[in-house]
Write a protein that binds this ligand. Structure first.
Ligand code: SF4
Length: 64
């Protein structure tokens, strides 16, 4: 699985980093999403899918 983020959509809500802290963080300066691991598998892939669901702005998309 590959994680894609459109940072222009991110509103800094932080739900991704709360849901999947191994995969997402927020920038110190702007609070916008930063991807820590763009190609998760196993349980982290499931966490990525959940993070994409909870993101309120549709910033996170996934592909195979
Ligand atoms: S949950 Fe979505 S809007 Fe919030 S920081 Fe993460 S990517 Fe950005």
């Amino acid at each position: 699985m590959k994680i894609h983020v459109d940072r222009s959509r991110c509103v800094g809500a932080g739900q991704c980093a709360l849901t999947a802290p191994a995969l997402f963080d927020q920038g110190d300066d702007d609070g916008l999403v930063e991807v820590l691991d763009a190609e998760p598998d196993g349980t982290q892939a499931a966490a990525a899918a959940l993070a994409a669901q909870v993101c309120p702005s549709g910033t996170i998309t996934l592909s195979r």
